[in-house]
Structures are given as structure tokens and as C-alpha cells.
Design a protein around this ligand. Sequence first.
Ligand code: TYD
Length: 137
Amino acid sequence: MYDCCIIPLNKVHNRAGNITVVEGNSDIPFETKRIYYLYDIPGGENRGGHAHKDLQQLIVATSGSFDVLLDDGKNKKIVRLNRPDYGLYVVPGIWRELFEFSSGSVCLVLASAKYDNADYIREYDEFIKYKNVLSSE
Ligand code: TYD
């Protein structure tokens, strides 16, 4: 949990608009292997609701805003993302939920690995068990 942090990204200002560049292993702690984005999210909808065993991610509100709940099995915190030049770095082993999406918001996710269903923990009870096993090792 405490390893999750907001990473300020660069912003190249231009009269005609801004550009933010994210290079793997320098701007963020991992090499990006996959990019996906959530959009057209209906009002009141929640996303996430899972944890990853190994995946690292950077979550960016490229447009609009939303809240991210981070839960390491002991501590919870909610981070509001609302700027395209800030990313939330999420380490492995964190339960996350995304909610309070503003209308028209876009959630960009940079991920350290390709999609792997086996890396997901989709049940909260299973997540708590997984964390307990890890901490007893
Ligand atoms: P999921 O990660 O469960 O969505 P969220 O946590 O945002 O609510 O993914 C939803 C569906 O999309 C699921 O059937 C798997 C599929 N999916 C892929 O095929 N590849 C991907 O890279 C991602 C992120 C999801």
C-alpha cells in the first residue's frame, strides 16, 4: 500500500496544447507491455474490484476524474485522480476499486504485463487469504 504512490508526469506545454510522455523504466518503475483504457463508463458504475499477484500498473485520468480505492488487506485509502499529468502507481497485491467516474472520463492504464487471467484475484476473501499466506512466509 505504502509503495503505491502518485507519480507526477512530465508535461510539455505548447500554445496548441500539452503533451505528456511516459517512458518505461525511467518515468515509471516498469516497462509497459500493455495499455488499455476505460471509457463510456455509465454514471454510478464501479470498475476494478480485484487484485493482481504480479502486475504493476500506472492509472491515469487522461480526461475527467474518478476515485481509486486501494486496499492492502489491512489499510485502505482513496485517491482521487483528476489530472492527465499525474499517474497512480499500483504495486502488486493491492485490491483496487474505481468509482465516482465523472461523465466522459477516461481511465488510461499502463501495465507491466500482457493480459493474464491467472494473475487476477477476483474474490475479496481469496485476496485476504493470499495476503495472509504471503505475510506468514
Ligand atoms: P476487468 O479487468 O475485469 O475489468 P475491470 O476491472 O476494469 O472492471 O476486465 C473486464 C473484461 O475485459 C474481462 O472479461 C477481461 C477483459 N480484458 C481483456 O481481455 N484484456 C485486458 O487487458 C483487460 C484489462 C481486460
